[in-house]
Design a protein around this ligand. Structure first.
Ligand code: NDP
Ligand code: 2IT
Length: 462
């Protein structure tokens, strides 16, 4: 495929924008009212597709973008459960099966009180392009519930997961739809969900869920993969600029699965992570985060980062109520949740000399903040590229399940590294090819879109 360059190309791209993209976005707003995060995710992708639609009119004729903005299937269901006192609660469960062009629907489940249809759709939409970028045979989907796991006992979590799966199981299958974890869903929840799926279906179908325990079908390095992959991607961005992570100061937000393993890999590569956070505030530890202590508090005790400051003693302070973005650092890795880093935060980071920002979370950086980074020449990696290591390793887990095999940690981590390098390079070269060198947002969106669009064209009007 060839792409025309120069002013003719940009004129074509802006024609495609006004003829195709603007009316399409207006239609997305009209049909999905109130779903602000979904609007934001769609807008960010549409804004970058002008050049590829100008170069490939067959994508426009086949209405690929319109079809991609409408999920293939959306499921919403009641999840009733009883707490330890016997009181009954009713939550709302979701699974949005967005695109199966490249493989079975694949994407995590989020349990958080903020979950609603718009959030699940934004996550599912992003997942289509992210999963395409991995080069693995996986389509895009996402799900979850507006259930708040905080403060719930193991028995309550188990009953909730069982009720959730009692409804969802009929829509899943290793060739159909394969969920995994996300916010509020980790190894414990995947265990309860898998157990209930197995019981209802009477099938030991390992490949129906990923993020399983290592003794029963889980993959080495899946727990670490998202955080590790995000740091590997950052390292590649710096390498292109003739720099490295060694000796760098890093800010990580969040202290969950993605954050903890981003910290671990950053430390392995010789960087110092000086801050991390949770929804209560952030800790600053000038000696560098003590990862053993953080894991004990977060993974064993399900505690707070304020406990970290207390237990760490002298070197750490807890700052309640705000994110970590005013701490001077070279690299920022937002690894908590959507829209957690706004324009003001971005300006503070730029003032303090930040060189690279990579999204471990999904859409943590507001559109205004992305602009601030790009205008300041900061290397910026969008989540659909930088956090794709998690889902890529899920696909490696599915591969092992399909062949009833299990690989070593070193082998799996090496595969992850290869995949992250491949994603980096395809974003980088695609951005260059379409006239936006160094713009990883353009590169990720177009590279992911091209793969999905080609498959949709080949598979006919479905
Ligand atoms: P966890 O539940 O393990 O951790 C989430 C962390 O983010 C916690 O520290 C939590 O703090 C914080 N957080 C959540 N919501 C908010 C909020 N509204 N405001 C401030 N802080 C918040 O989730 P993960 O680490 O798995 O997920 C983090 C991000 O990474 C999400 O955006 C997720 O979609 C994305 N992601 C996850 C992947 C995975 O494999 N797990 C793969 C790719 C992306 P608190 O405990 O106080 O709520
Ligand atoms: O956002 C994500 O990519 C995830 N939560 C992981 C999805 C998966 O299927 O591993």
């Amino acid at each position: 495929m060839s792409v025309s360059t120069g002013s003719a190309a940009s004129a074509n791209a802006s024609t495609a924008e006004s003829r195709v993209i603007e009316p399409l976005y207006a239609e997305v707003l009209r049909r999905n009212q109130g779903e602000t995060e979904f609007h934001q995710a769609v807008r960010e992708v549409l804004e970058t597709l002008g050049p590829v639609l100008a170069a490939r009119p067959e994508f426009v004729d086949a209405r690929i973008v319109e079809r991609l903005c409408e999920p293939e299937r959306q499921l919403i269901f009641r999840v009733p459960w009883s707490d330890d006192n016997g009181d009954i609660h009713v939550n709302r469960g979701f699974r949005v099966e967005f695109s199966s062009s490249l493989g079975p629907y694949k994407g995590g489940l989020r349990f958080h009180p903020s979950v609603n249809l718009g959030i699940v759709k934004f996550l599912g939409f992003e997942q289509i392009f992210k999963n395409a970028l991995t080069g693995m045979p996986i389509g895009g989907g996402k799900g979850g519930a507006d259930f708040d796991p905080k403060g719930r006992s193991d028995a309550e979590i188990m009953r909730f997961c069982q009720s959730f799966m009692t409804e969802l199981h009929r829509h899943l299958g290793e060739y159909t739809d394969v969920p995994a974890g996300d916010i509020g869903v980790g190894g414990r929840e995947i265990g309860y969900l898998f157990g209930q799926y197995k019981r209802i279906t009477n099938r030991y179908e390992s490949g129906v869920l990923t993020g399983k325990g290592l003794g029963w079908g889980g993959a080495q390095a899946r727990t670490e993969a998202t955080g590790y992959g995000c740091v590997m991607f950052t390292s590649e961005m710096l390498r292109v600029r003739g720099e490295s992570l060694e000796g760098r100061r890093i800010a990580v937000s969040g202290s969950g699965n993605v954050a903890v393993y981003a910290i671990e890999k950053a430390q392995q590569l010789g960087a110092t992570v000086v801050t991390c956070s949770d929804s209560g505030g952030h800790v600053v530890d000038e000696k560098g985060i003590d990862l053993g202590l953080l894991k004990e508090i977060k993974e064993r005790d399900r505690g707070r980062v304020s406990d970290y400051a207390e237990r760490r003693g002298g070197s750490a302070t807890f700052v309640p109520g705000k994110g970590p973005w005013t701490v001077p650092v070279d690299v920022a890795l937002p690894c908590a949740t959507q829209n957690e880093l706004d324009e003001e935060d971005a300006l503070a980071l730029v003032r303090n000399g930040v060189k690279a920002v990579a999204e471990g979370a999904n859409m943590p950086t507001s559109p205004g903040a992305v602009r601030v980074f790009q205008e300041a020449g900061v290397a910026f990696a969008p989540g659909k590229a930088a956090n794709a290591g998690g889902v890529a390793t899920s696909a490696l887990e599915m591969q092992q399940n399909a062949s009833r095999d299990s690989w070593s940690f070193a082998h799996t981590e090496a595969r992850l590294e290869e995949i992250m390098r491949h994603i980096h390079d395809s974003c980088h070269t695609t951005a260059e090819r379409y006239g936006s060198p160094g713009n990883y947002v353009v590169g990720a969106n177009i590279a992911g879109f091209e793969l999905v669009a080609e498959a949709m064209l080949a598979q006919g009007l479905i």
